[in-house]
Design a protein. Structure first.
Length: 392
């Protein structure tokens, strides 16, 4: 498939550490031709692919002409670890030192339908399990300027557990289906595999719906729910034409540019999720696309998320719940977070001054968000006490 080749080439070019113009010079062709290959609009001829492979093989160990014909999942499994190692070796940690990946342990959990999920744990204290959100990679997240400070801060106060969703990150990419039901069962499998009797659940974006479903099914195993940028209704369940159009636009961006190094594409997608991000955070967002999942898996997952509806479960939640939401969130309108908060008995709602879907380190609201999570873990469980709602 042409899209598969585009994603393979983007991964190898990234691993090779060569620009499009540099690659064009080495091969002896015009830069626009390489740009068309990388964008997926055309595929190299057999002769050009031979030359391309020969040039890139000098930079990427183990690359052979036959690799391009492998299924995308097999190709990614062979090369994405090397690409990750290269980035992690060059990336500073959150404090300017080395990347803190040694602080966590990564194991694998096998689900009932034989999918292998990568599970990471770090830190000490009360157990906080993060349900997966849209883009995850348990190793790369710890060198990402967008994610690393948040996760390391949480690990200072909790035994922080997170995992890559099926079809993404270090979990199996070659999967038969992605449904809301098996996503909730995956969360059940991780908690059971780690033999955790009672946990707090952190749900960011769609991860909140998985956490809500788990809490409704297992109320005695959840001590607290901490939700941010959450929604109970996917875009196709909101009876809103604008939301459907936004969903279609994101689909188009994923289909045409996923994994691309084009700043036009990356800035367009980032403008939805993290519109005020620093340049290094936008670059990290683009790199996460390349290592997290192929476009086909992302589109399949997004189609499922657009149909989520857990509104019927909200009144049944009887655990202390904190809901935070960015006031100017472009991906999930704050009204969706308020709907969740209004329907869960005793839920606390705090709006934060940000336009990011998930608040980024460096924003004034980030430290407030982290403090709210930390304080809520030690707060009295009675609903509505101890935290003042910010004005909306």
């Amino acid at each position: 498939m042409q899209d598969d080749f585009r994603q393979k080439l983007a991964l190898i070019v990234d691993l090779a550490g060569v620009s499009r113009s540099g690659l064009a010079r080495e091969i002896g062709i015009d830069k626009s031709v390489v740009s068309r290959w990388v964008s997926g609009s055309t595929r190299p001829s057999a002769a050009s692919l031979d030359l391309l492979t020969a040039k890139l093989a000098g930079r990427v160990a183990g690359l052979h002409r036959s690799d391009w014909e492998q299924p995308l999942a097999a190709f990614a499994a062979k090369f994405r670890a090397s690409a990750l190692d290269r980035r992690m070796g060059a990336a500073p940690g959150h404090d300017g030192g080395t990347a803190p990946t040694s602080q966590q342990q990564v194991t694998f959990c096998t689900t009932a339908d034989h999918v292998h999920l990568a599970v990471a744990a770090m830190g000490e204290g009360p157990v906080l399990v993060k349900a997966p959100n849209w883009l995850n990679h348990v190793e790369y997240d710890l060198v990402s300027p967008a994610w690393a400070p948040t996760f390391i801060r949480l690990a200072r106060n909790f035994r922080f557990v997170r995992y890559d969703a099926r079809g993404s990150g270090l979990s199996d990419w070659d999967i038969e289906e992605t449904t809301f039901e098996n996503s909730v069962r995956d969360l059940e499998a991780v908690i059971d595999r780690l033999d955790l009797e009672k946990v707090s659940l952190l749900g960011l974006s769609q991860g909140a719906a998985f956490a809500i479903a788990y809490a409704a099914r297992h109320p005695n195993r959840v001590s607290r729910l901490l939700l941010h940028g959450c929604y109970a209704r996917g875009r196709h369940r909101r009876n809103n034409d604008l939301e459907r159009k936004k969903s279609e636009l994101v689909d188009t961006l994923i289909t045409t540019g996923w994994g691309s190094d084009s700043p036009v594409y990356n800035n367009a997608l980032a403008s939805f999720f993290i519109p005020s991000a620093a340049p290094d955070q936008i670059r990290s967002f683009a790199q996460l696309q390349r290592v997290s999942a192929p476009a086909a898996n992302v589109l399949r997952s997004k189609a499922m998320l657009d149909e989520i509806d857990v509104t019927g479960l909200l009144p049944t939640i009887n655990v202390p719940t904190l809901i935070t939401h960015s006031r100017h969130d472009q991906i999930v309108p704050i009204e969706e977070g308020r709907l969740v908060a209004a329907a869960i008995p005793g839920a606390r709602f705090v709006s934060l001054e940000s336009d990011s879907h998930v608040i980024l380190p460096g924003e004034p609201a980030w430290d407030q968000w982290m403090s709210l999570i930390e304080d809520f873990q030690h707060d009295k469980p009675a609903g509505g006490q101890g935290i003042n709602n910010s004005a909306i």
